[in-house]
Design a protein around this ligand. Sequence first.
Ligand code: NAG
Ligand code: NAG
Ligand code: NAG
Ligand code: NAG
Ligand code: NAG
Length: 300
Amino acid sequence: MLAQGVMKFLCLLVTFFGGVTSLRDVMLLVEPSTVIRGGTAALICSRDMQGAPLYSVKWYRGNHEFYRYTPMEDPDTRVFGLPGIYVDMNRSNGTQVLLRRLDLTLAGNFSCEVTADSPSFATQIATKFIDVIALPPIAPVLKADKDRYQPGEVLKANCTSSPARPAANLTIYINEEALRSSETSLHPSESGLLWTSVKADVKVTPELFLGGRLRVACLATVYDVYRSSANLDFFTPDTDPRPERITLNSASKTFQSWILLFLLFLLPVVMGQDYIVPFVEYDDYDDKYEAVARSALLGG
Ligand SMILES: *[C@@H]1O[C@H](CO)[C@@H](O)[C@H](O)[C@H]1NC(C)=O
Ligand SMILES: *[C@@H]1O[C@H](CO)[C@@H](O)[C@H](O)[C@H]1NC(C)=O
Ligand SMILES: *[C@@H]1O[C@H](CO)[C@@H](O)[C@H](O)[C@H]1NC(C)=O
Ligand SMILES: *[C@@H]1O[C@H](CO)[C@@H](O)[C@H](O)[C@H]1NC(C)=O
Ligand SMILES: *[C@@H]1O[C@H](CO)[C@@H](O)[C@H](O)[C@H]1NC(C)=O
């Protein structure tokens, strides 16, 4: 009973003096949350001083201090050279330090330590693991074993993403639909990164040629910071692979002819004040408006 009372009293005492020292809620925030190699990152040290004066804020990587803010000193900021750490002094202050040209080797624990001034000299430290990622330098490469497929054949596709860290996620799409049954593997690269490859076998059926076209796509992603894709189009064996033939049915062909007639004969009248247009320019109009008409039709 007595021991419990003493404990309660001690707890109260600690809480009370904790309140006096005031400093609390020291937090290290990283902006952006995903740090990319070669990019910048702001390490923001937020805290609640509760009105207490600030003595210093120190930033560390591991146990090594690389930046210090001491408002009572002149200059109030100091940088301690650390390999691979490039502090942008113009954008660093007592709240944040901006790092540039971040390298993969910098991934690790970063801390900020806040110290209140006398009388308390209370100190709190916040630590956070910061990862640095490397994005694939080029788009994924998608290959198929043949240029054309007959229904009944198996389309063998493979897609590879260039080295990254973490490895990029690869997804193969058949006509915009993600393929579930694909085989993904990871391979180490010479530079210590990982490249991904994915293989898929697709049984080709006539139904896969939507409007005469079968599209195989490969999408590489890294979290929500990287997206790049590659496409391969296959056309039904007996069709000409020109998009206007394939995407237009006969009804819209009539419409296209109508529009072209309109553009060819009426537009020069509507647009040019004089009816006599030099032949070369007329030809130029023709091509341009045909392109416009076609893109309008394809878009719609
Ligand atoms: C910091 O600002 C100074 C003066 O405005 C400028 O000369 C210098 O290039 C800037 N440094 C960086 C790293 O932006
Ligand atoms: C510190 O610098 C950042 C970025 O330059 C700025 O947004 C912020 O207001 C500054 N904070 C203080 C306390 O000067
Ligand atoms: C970072 O800190 C955590 C927890 O303190 C520790 O488990 C981990 O090993 C540290 N990582 C590195 C790279 O030092
Ligand atoms: C991917 O497919 C192409 C063509 O079929 C082939 O030459 C290449 O070796 C394949 N690559 C892998 C990693 O399977
Ligand atoms: C890959 O996808 C998995 C599952 O959706 C996800 O948890 C992981 O974060 C992704 N990795 C990358 C590098 O985008």
